[in-house]
Design a protein around this ligand. Structure first.
Ligand code: ATP
Ligand code: MG
Length: 579
């Protein structure tokens, strides 16, 4: 089996995950008319790689089973939320290639209905207002081995509770002085069932409802009811909510729905050397450890987009990771593998010299004077006399039609410092005093005649000649091994190239109490590179393969034709192969 078909087989197998199997069974049993899922972010930060998994799953299954997926902002905690986060989340979901059904929903859009249902629970004797202090409540909750102690308010009359809850709503209590609790079981072995709080006082304006409310529903109350209101059939969430499911079902049953939604839990995505927690990512932003939520080193969707990661690559990665109930840590190289694979046939090639070493071609004028008569038939070029430049036309991709570009070849060029060694290590295949000849990509064979060093012994310039008979053809009577890339010194454009390593040097940064101790000091290196004009002229946000160097994108914020700035997306290859 070829590598590709075995990868596809693996992908299809993953699509047999337990959630898709449940949905298949439900469809067979005709349990629902249509599959409806939702992605329910809280707008208190930017989306990260973990959310991408949830997005791919929720939107993915809806699409596969001819259903729909809602986008719902779970905005029950106005202190940490803002409109800017909402706008960015919407943007990120679209960029990932998904479309939600209708308008985006907000839990806050249901506040009236949720309040009415809270009143209903009180009337049914299923909820009560507790006036204990938060400390008392905590103390009376008991422990795993010990039943909780009922609140003195637990058996107050329905009338008293309705009056107290109305007082809460009317602003007669300050925060922490009164809460509404579900009346379930103070001795339940599941702590989430020990009369959980369902409404609290918060004198806070809300980004959607303004100052209408000073009481806000708790997530665990709002979430199942929002699901039910929207007709969600499969409410997919991460494993930490497993213990909340009994309460989810309790709320749905007590309010009374003919077709209740069901919650299913899957394992969170964890990736080594990566943080997937909004709170911790926010710390990196707040402390200026990174340049912002969209710093290309951040595992946020905004950061990965600016880094040049593709939506296709991210979706492919999520498919390969699959959906299970087992917590595990995914190798970050799998992500890089998926990204790299998505770029191979979709990016134009170009030459960029990341660590420039000047090369003066001493016979340039003489050698190129015969270019037209000595070139191979396959060579397409023109000579500009005034600028003493040979313009070589080359395809942008060796086997995908992406148009052509002109590459300037001049008397002075740059090659990479790493491509010449005075004392090369064993097996070195590039230039050295013992092996002075090499093919310059897209043009002539070059022979180094002299190297010039500084006081410290570093090579600072090369003198060389080109063989006039080798434009697009092999030299007579000898074999020249190796090809290197180069950029014209006079027509190339100086560029900033940002090289990245993992932001964290430790495998599990979430295990380190002080995030500063986990940082990789080499996560960002800025190089003064030189690029061929076609790269400098690209619009911001254009991806390329820099020949022999890797995949790069012109930065969406900082790039301009005069001052090009590129971010490294991913290296060209890695020994890593997905299992
Ligand atoms: P964080 O811990 O970073 O704050 P969260 O779970 O609180 O994340 P939400 O906005 O509530 O953030 O998450 C929206 C959805 O994304 C939820 O359904 C949640 O389960 C899911 N999700 C969050 N993190 C991950 C992850 N690492 N892997 C898979 N799904 C995730
Ligand atoms: Mg959450």
């Amino acid at each position: 089996m070829s590598e590709n078909s075995s990868n596809n087989a693996q992908k299809d197998e993953h699509k047999n995950d337990f959630i898709r199997n449940i949905i298949r069974d439900d469809i067979k049993a005709q349990k629902q008319q249509q599959i409806v899922t939702r992605f329910p972010p809280e707008p208190n930060g930017y989306l990260h790689l973990g959310h991408v998994k949830s997005i791919c799953l929720n939107f993915g299954v809806a699409k596969e089973f001819d259903g729909v997926c809602n986008l719902r902002f779970d905005d029950t905690n106005p202190t940490a939320e803002k409109q800017d986060f909402i706008d960015n989340i919407e943007n990120d979901v679209k960029w990932l290639g998904f479309e939600w059904s209708g308008e985006a929903h907000h839990a806050s859009g249901y506040f009236d209905q949720l309040h009415a249902w809270a009143m209903q629970l009180i009337e049914q004797g299923d909820a009560y207002v507790d006036l204990q202090s938060p400390e008392q409540m905590k103390e009376n909750r008991g422990s795993f081995n010990e039943a909780g102690t009922p609140s003195p308010q637990r058996d107050a009359s329905v009338e008293e509770n309705l009056a107290l809850f109305t007082d809460m709503k009317d602003g007669k209590y300050t925060e922490g002085k009164a809460v509404l609790r579900a009346k379930i079981d103070m001795a339940s072995p599941n702590m989430n069932m020990r009369d959980p709080v369902i409404y609290r006082v918060m004198h806070q304006s809300h980004h959607q409802t303004g100052d209408k409310w000073c009481i806000y529903p708790m997530y665990d109350f709002a979430h199942p009811l929002s699901d039910a209101l929207e007709g969600i059939t499969h409410s997919l969430c991460t494993l930490e909510f497993e213990d909340h499911r009994p309460f989810y079902d309790w709320v749905i049953e007590k309010v009374g729905f003919a077709t209740p939604p069901h919650q299913y839990e899957f394992s969170r995505l964890n990736v080594d050397h990566t943080l997937t927690s909004k709170r911790k990512l926010k710390q990196l932003v707040d402390e200026n450890i990174v340049s912002g939520w969209d710093d290309p080193r951040m595992p946020t969707v905004a950061g990965m987009r600016r880094r040049g990661y593709t939506p296709e690559g991210l979706r492919d990665f999520c498919e390969r990771v699959g959906v299970t109930k087992v917590d595990s840590v995914v190798d970050f190289r799998l992500l890089e593998f998926s990204i790299r694979q998505s770029l191979e046939t979709t990016t134009a090639r170009g030459m960029a010299v990341l660590k420039p070493l000047k090369v003066t071609i001493t016979n340039f004028a003489e050698a190129v004077s015969s270019w037209e008569s000595l070139k191979a038939d396959s060579v397409n070029a023109r000579f500009d006399d005034a600028a003493q430049t040979l313009w070589l036309t080359q395809p942008n991709h060796p086997n995908v039609d992406m148009g052509e570009r002109e590459i300037p070849f001049t008397e002075t060029i740059y090659i990479d410092q790493g491509d010449y060694e005075i004392e090369p290590p064993a097996g070195y295949k590039r230039l050295s005093p013992e092996k002075p000849e090499i093919r310059l990509r897209n043009t002539y064979v070059l022979a180094v005649t002299e190297h010039i060093t500084d006081e410290a012994g570093n090579v600072v310039e090369l003198k060389a000649t080109i063989d006039p008979t080798t434009l697009g053809q092999n030299p007579e009577g000898r074999k020249v091994k190796g090809v290197i890339h180069w950029v014209s010194a006079s027509q190339g454009v100086p560029a900033t190239v940002r090289m990245y390593e993992q932001l964290f040097s430790v495998e599990d940064p979430s295990s380190v109490a002080d995030v500063h101790q986990a940082l990789n000091p080499n996560s960002l290196t800025e190089l003064n590179a030189v690029v061929e004009p076609s790269l400098a002229n690209a619009d911001a946000g254009t991806r390329f393969q820099f020949e022999r160097e890797g995949y790069f994108i012109s930065d969406s914020e900082d790039h301009s034709t005069d001052k090009p700035v590129f971010n490294q997306i991913v290296s060209l290859r890695d020994s890593y192969k997905p299992a």
